[in-house]
Design a protein around this ligand. Structure first.
Ligand SMILES: NC(=O)c1ccc[n+]([C@@H]2O[C@H](COP(=O)([O-])OP(=O)(O)OC[C@H]3O[C@@H](n4cnc5c(N)ncnc54)[C@H](OP(=O)(O)O)[C@@H]3O)[C@@H](O)[C@H]2O)c1
Length: 336
């Protein structure tokens, strides 16, 4: 029997995830049936949404079963194809899990064109997080030239692309991130107009008022909590708020009591909308084409934080939840 290594969910976290919630196991490598592919995984994505899947609660997707392989997007090379659409050696991206090999239906993956950018970008700027930034900003906030756009979680995979797209649209862009190094990167390298470190600024509202003198027209929210409460107090009339993520709440064991600033939505006739990137699946080609063109023309930049070794995926995930990453957090399972 042929086997490969996989990271499984050993227990459900209470509060912050820990290494003991994961187990590294040797599991059977199945043979592909008709219409399926056997692939070897090269890059694995670790993402905040996985924290939700580790919880046994009703959400937009089913929880990961205890003992099951952790779910996650991955870039992989086809080893054996039982589908006319792919041949051995092709590079694909799909939901392949935290493991060294996978057997998947050919229809469940998409090809990766390695001539456009490094293949890892199929998990970052030219993948799920880039598309989240693209649709969550352009479709929901619809930013106009000279408007002020605030992005929380700004130095992460989604946030850094949001800010750059807003800059391309002619907006004033203000980022909020968790270290001075991250804030310097946003302003010096990515062209944000301003950024502040929420871990060292005491009064978010005062700081935002200083950086956004005309109010906030668009808010792309990756984090929720007190940062979002402060933004609500500075909305411009007809503001649009895109609720992408609420990472500050993901490890809470009980629902946080907020200051309830919803009256601000009445005062400023503002609009708040949550979204899931997969709602835009039919428009992914449009988003990917535009992101690839901006990347090719040097109009947007990206950064990836790569950790080596499948066995280090749990630490990479926990580190990303704690803010260790600048840009997209990836795990290199196998050299390219
Ligand atoms: N709606 C969708 O379809 C969709 C799709 C993808 C992602 N998302 C959401 O988008 C957000 C960003 O995802 P990502 O993949 O780009 O992750 P990411 O930003 O690359 O990584 C997570 C970042 O969150 C920040 N963070 C952690 N705890 C925080 C807290 N208490 N307050 C403020 N910031 C905190 C950390 O940076 P700091 O150093 O700045 O704290 C960390 O680097 C997440 O909320 C995720 O769930 C939604």
């Amino acid at each position: 029997m042929s086997t490969h290594r996989a990271v499984t969910l050993a227990s459900r976290p209470e509060g912050w995830p820990e290494a003991s919630n994961f187990a590294l196991k040797q599991i059977e490598t199945l043979a592909p049936a008709d219409g399926e592919l056997l692939v070897e995984i090269i890059y694995l994505s670790v993402d905040p949404y996985m924290r939700g899947r580790m919880r046994d609660a009703k959400s937009y997707a089913a929880p990961i079963e205890l003992g099951a392989v952790m779910t996650g997007g991955a870039v992989a090379r086809v080893v054996e194809s039982k589908s006319p659409e792919y041949q051995a050696g092709d590079i694909v991206v799909g939901d392949l899990g935290w493991q060294e090999k996978a057997v998947v239906p050919a229809k469940a993956v998409r090809p990766v064109d390695s001539s456009i950018a490094p293949i890892s970008t199929a998990l970052s700027v030219l993948g799920m997080t880039g598309l989240t930034a693209y649709f969550g900003l352009l479709d929901i906030c619809d930013p106009k030239p000279s408007e002020t756009v605030v992005v929380s979680g700004a130095a992460g995979a989604v946030g850094m692309i949001v800010g750059q797209i807003a800059r391309l649209k002619g907006c004033r862009v203000v980022g909020i991130a968790g270290s001075d190094e991250k804030c310097d990167y946003l302003v010096d390298e990515l062209g944000f107009h301003a950024a502040f470190n929420y871990k060292t600024v005491d009064h978010y509202r005062k700081k935002l008022a200083e950086l956004c003198p005309n109010g906030i027209d668009c808010y792309f929210d990756n984090v929720g909590g007190p940062i979002t409460d402060a933004v609500f107090m500075l909305l411009a009339d007809r503001a649009r708020i895109s609720i992408c993520g609420q990472i500050s709440q993901y490890n809470n064991t009980k629902v946080e009591q907020g200051p309830r600033q919803l009256a601000q939505l009445i005062v400023h006739r503002a609009k708040v909308e949550g979204f899931l990137v997969f709602d835009y699946a039919e428009r992914f080609p449009e988003g990917l084409n535009e992101l690839a063109a901006w990347l090719r023309d040097g109009k947007i930049r990206y950064r990836e934080n790569v950790v080596d070794g499948l066995e280090n995926a749990p630490d990479a995930f926990i580190g990303m939840m704690q803010g260790d990453n600048i840009g997209k957090q990836l795990v290199r399972v196998k050299p390219e």
